[in-house]
Design a protein around this ligand. Structure first.
Ligand code: AMP
Ligand code: MG
Length: 409
């Protein structure tokens, strides 16, 4: 059976990221949060756009004020007042100054700003009480941060507040981003019933579809929800064929074990899908099918047990969606080292995932496994967890206070 890292290697190699020309859309900058930038953004403008003042004070000629002291202030004539947003009209000559405010454009002739705290105003004269430490003090020079034409942001990054601020500053309010990967989701099983239907004896509520749709969204994908499909070859074939021709990634849950009603693999083959993975040595999650179709769609047949479906999603599907969505960095699963607060045990010869809560306390990660039953059928205690401790194949025990790798989810 494949190890988790072998399976990961196979899966990550299968992923073809979206195309940076065809798989893009233009979004308004207000809608750009968490989208992946598809093209280089260059500035049309210098930034700052013009020389401007970094302080409230007086715009002066350095030569006039370089000797100023409280005892022998430089006395200048104030010839103009320049609030922010105003285009100065005059040119500052020797012996003159302009009243200026933070962000306002520097007048011609002036090269330095004196903070108002170092001045004293008397009608149209200002007394400069302290010399600036250098010419150009408190002037933000045009293009000091960057010049027109500069590449501000590379493609393949995720946009958040700071990148969006850069785009707005560069007047880029319509931005080219990758479309969200389309992820078809369906559940398989004769026993399943939608959560809004009455439960008949023997039935089980389909939680996977809801959980997976949420996780797909959280990973940057657009879920395409196809419902519950019974364990019948004809119905499954129809669902899989539809999903494969309408999505970039297909996720089904259930029907990938070795039971008599587990048809998923057989149908993938009949639709000319190529099976790459049939099982992975991990707990929970062992029966995992991964296939590709000729149109490069990746198919994940997740195990039906709710915890198994989620753990395999976090471990393999989440990075797949992120890589496919055009992200150049940071799509890989993230692990941190944490100290476990309680003992962690694994009976198996498989890599074991134990869910719990990861907390940063005084700069150190602590892991608290979820209490109660960590059975793959029990998803109640998955709620409010944010990490999965990973016990490698050889590790059967991690004692309290010892270190363990934790997968962030
Ligand atoms: P399977 O992988 O189809 O053998 O299913 C394994 C177990 O998970 C069975 O107990 C199923 O009833 C349960 N199960 C399968 N699919 C779902 C689902 N969509 N939501 C909740 N439980 C499920
Ligand atoms: Mg089933």
């Amino acid at each position: 059976m494949l190890s988790v890292s072998e399976a990961e290697g196979i899966i990550f190699n299968l992923i073809q990221p979206l195309n940076n020309q065809y798989d893009t859309e233009i979004v308004d900058l207000f809608a750009a949060e968490s989208r992946v930038l598809a093209s280089v953004v260059a500035s049309q403008l210098d930034f700052p756009y013009w020389d401007n003042s970094a302080m409230d004070g007086y715009a002066v000629c350095y030569a006039d004020v370089q000797q100023a002291t409280p005892q022998q202030p430089a006395i200048l004539e104030v010839i103009e007042e320049i609030p922010a947003g105003y285009q100065p009209k005059s040119t500052i000559q020797q012996g003159q100054a302009a009243r200026i405010f933070t962000g306002a454009v520097m007048p011609k002739g002036a090269d330095t700003v004196i903070m108002q705290e170092y001045t004293q105003r008397e009608e149209n004269r200002v007394f400069i009480l302290t010399a600036p430490t250098k010419p150009q003090e408190f002037v933000r020079q045009r293009a000091a941060y960057y010049q027109a034409g500069k590449q501000l942001l590379p493609p393949g990054i995720m946009l958040h507040g700071s990148e969006i601020a850069v785009l707005a500053t560069a007047q880029c309010t319509q931005v080219s981003v990758y479309r969200r990967p389309r992820v078809a989701i369906f559940s398989t099983g004769n026993e399943l019933v939608a959560p809004d239907q009455p439960l008949q004896p023997g039935q089980i509520v389909d939680s996977n579809q809801y959980a997976l749709a949420a996780l797909v969204r959280q990973s940057g994908g657009e879920p395409l929800i196809l419902g519950i499909v019974p364990d019948e070859p004809a119905a499954l074939e129809k669902a899989i064929a539809y999903a494969v021709s309408n999505a970039d990634i297909v996720i089904s849950s259930g029907g990938v074990s070795v039971g008599d009603y587990d048809y998923v693999e057989e149908i993938i083959k009949s639709l000319e899908g190529k099976i790459h993975i049939q099982a992975v040595a991990m707990k929970p999650g062992k029966p995992l099918t991964v296939a590709t179709f000729r149109n490069q769609v990746i198919y994940f047949g997740l195990p039906g047990n709710p915890a198994s479906a989620l753990v395999t999603f976090w471990r393999f599907v989440q990075p797949t969606i992120k890589k496919l969505s055009g992200l150049v960095e940071g799509w890989q699963p993230k692990f941190v080292k944490a100290f476990t607060a309680q003992e962690l045990r694994s009976k198996s010869k498989w890599e074991t995932y134990i869910w719990g809560k990861l907390d940063l306390q005084n700069g150190i990660y602590k892991f608290q496994p979820a209490g109660g039953n960590q059975s793959s059928g029990n998803l109640i205690n998955l709620a409010q967890t944010n990490g999965l401790a990973v016990l490698s194949v050889e590790q059967t025990l991690v004692s309290p206070g010892e270190e363990v790798q934790v997968l962030l989810n």
